[in-house]
Design a protein around this ligand. Structure first.
Ligand code: BG6
Length: 500
């Protein structure tokens, strides 16, 4: 086999940007849309939240919100950055950069406002028809995530979200509706964004009010299993509706390094990394890894997993593997139980191998504490390629930071250019070694609301949106320096990373 040792990206390489409906669209109560889980997340300033994730909302809190007791609060994801009304202008800007692909999600609640409705909402379907048509007008392929942190709220309240097997059928109905409707317009699909996120954020990832469950670990693994089965089932349906569809898995990559060459640290990192492989094994190989079975047994967790489920998983693996990558992590072996990560440490009596997160002294952090590590992207790609040999799509990557719009109405974001350039360079190195890379969509090509902290001031975009954390501003769009840089990158198919 001939390997492309020069590291040139294939002509078909899909350059573009990635977003999610709840962070982008706004218009939470327009066009017949129902509330989604993301609409319940209020803004908490960085000082108050000390930069930590603010996404988890309890059932009790949701009831207060729906009751009108929290009307003084501001919920940024309800307003996004107004793509719902400005999508034509935004897509025109993406086209100017030369995008080949635009990753977006369909907000499930626009199609089935309550999740369990009998018939879909035509206005919601029409909105996405219009968006796809606008993209296709510029030869930009839509890549659609079916579920990106936006479960219809009713499914969370009335059914308990993904902790309930019934959700699989509602999800299938939704998927089937959009597969059929858009079968001529969309080729690339992802059933779930960052499917591993359920481990840390059950409300965000699956509308699960974890505080109402006695056995949290069991609930999380159960909900994950239902999402895995749902993903495999819609993969099957997708192929029946259009055999040209490409269905991909999507993982929030947590790449762990050992903090030292001490064997216990090496083992701790290996166990931490198995958390990634748990997901990709199921979606790309079609089976639960033995270390997961051992882990479940060890923790006395017996799940509702049927023979039929296992067969569905086995027979419906994904066409490509995608993951988001923002940083690498570092772990050491720890005996301190309170600081432990969820990890598949298999044997009883070997808790000394249990990983604990530590800072990597060789890496610098962003203002939000993300350890910047371009080489880590290469390590992650190589690991995934060596293990699965399926095409790889980097579906998110980027630098979230504060940007200042200057008097010249632009942002001189050389720091963003440097971050992206260093990461793309590492992708090239992978191509040189024979990895099959099919696309790269950097996160938030236009500034959007942060998933983790609901801030608008954490910006990733090539396009600046004039709006602050509380929604003050004109919402006008301005091109940053990185806009012209990325345009050049795409124009030269990644050959020229020096840019403007
Ligand atoms: C990923 C999510 O985890 O990271 C996105 O898929 C998210 O939805 C992105 O926006 C960046 O995280 P944040 O918290 O900086 O928005």
């Amino acid at each position: 086999m001939e390997v492309n040792v020069k590291g040139t990206f294939p002509d078909s390489f899909l350059w573009g940007g990635a977003t999610a409906a709840n962070q982008l669209e706004g218009a939470y109560n327009e066009g017949g849309k129902g509330f989604s889980t993301a609409d319940m997340v209020k803004f908490v300033s960085r000082n108050e939240s000390s930069g930590t994730n603010t996404e988890t909302v309890s059932l009790d809190e949701v009831k207060h919100i729906l009751n009108g007791d929290r009307d003084e609060e501001y919920y940024p994801k309800r307003w996004g950055v107004d793509f719902y009304h400005q999508y034509k202008e935004d897509i025109k800007l993406f086209a100017e950069m030369g995008f080949k692909v635009f990753r977006m999600s369909i907000n499930w609640g626009r199609i089935y406002p309550n999740g369990d409705d009998e018939v879909p909402n035509e206005k919601g379907l029409k909105f996405y028809d219009d968006v796809f048509d606008e993209l296709l007008k510029y030869n930009i392929q839509p890549l659609v995530t079916l579920s990106h942190y936006e479960t219809p709220l009713n499914l969370a309240i009335a059914y308990g979200g993904w902790a309930n097997r019934k959700i699989i059928d509602f999800y299938i109905k939704y998927a089937e509706t959009v597969f059929k409707r858009y079968k001529e317009k969309v080729k690339y699909w992802m059933p779930f964004n960052e499917i591993n996120m359920m481990l840390n954020l059950p409300f965000t990832a699956g509308g699960v009010f974890i505080e109402n469950h006695d056995n949290e670990l069991k609930t999380i693994f159960q909900a994950l299993h239902y999402q895995m089965v749902a993903s495999a089932k819609v993969t099957k349906i997708a192929q029946e509706i259009n055999p040209d569809f490409k269905i991909g898995s999507m993982l929030g990559m947590s790449m762990y390094y050992p903090k030292s060459s001490h064997p216990n640290d090496i083992l701790a990192a290996q166990y931490a990394n198995r958390v990634n492989y748990h997901f990709i094994d199921i979606q790309a190989k079609g089976e639960y890894p033995n270390f997961t079975w051992a882990y479940l047994q060890k923790n006395n967790i017996s799940l509702d997993i049927t023979e039929e489920d296992l067969l569905i998983l086995k027979e419906n693996t994904v066409d490509y593997i995608s993951f988001s990558y923002y940083y690498s992590l570092c772990v050491g072996a720890s005996e301190d139980k309170s600081k432990r990560l969820i990890a598949f440490v298999p044997e009883r009596g070997h808790d000394e191998f249990h990983p604990m997160k530590v800072a990597n002294p060789y890496l610098e952090c962003t203002e939000w504490g993300f350890q910047i590590d371009p080489v880590g992207l290469r390590v992650a790609i190589n690991e995934v390629w060596d293990r699965y040999h399926k095409p790889i799509f980097i579906s998110e990557n980027g630098l979230g930071t504060i940007d200042m719009l200057g008097e010249d109405k632009t942002v001189h974001d050389d720091y963003r250019i440097a971050y992206l350039k260093d990461h793309i360079e590492q992708m090239k190195e992978c191509v040189k070694e024979g990895v099959e890379m099919i696309g790269y969509t950097s996160w938030g090509p236009i500034d959007i609301v942060s998933a983790g902290t609901s801030e608008r001031s954490k910006r990733y975009g090539y396009i600046y949106v004039d709006a602050d954390d509380y929604g003050n501003g004109t919402f006008n769009r301005y091109k940053k320096d990185s806009f012209y840089w990325y345009k050049k990158v795409i124009e030269t198919n990644g050959e020229n990373l020096e840019g403007i």
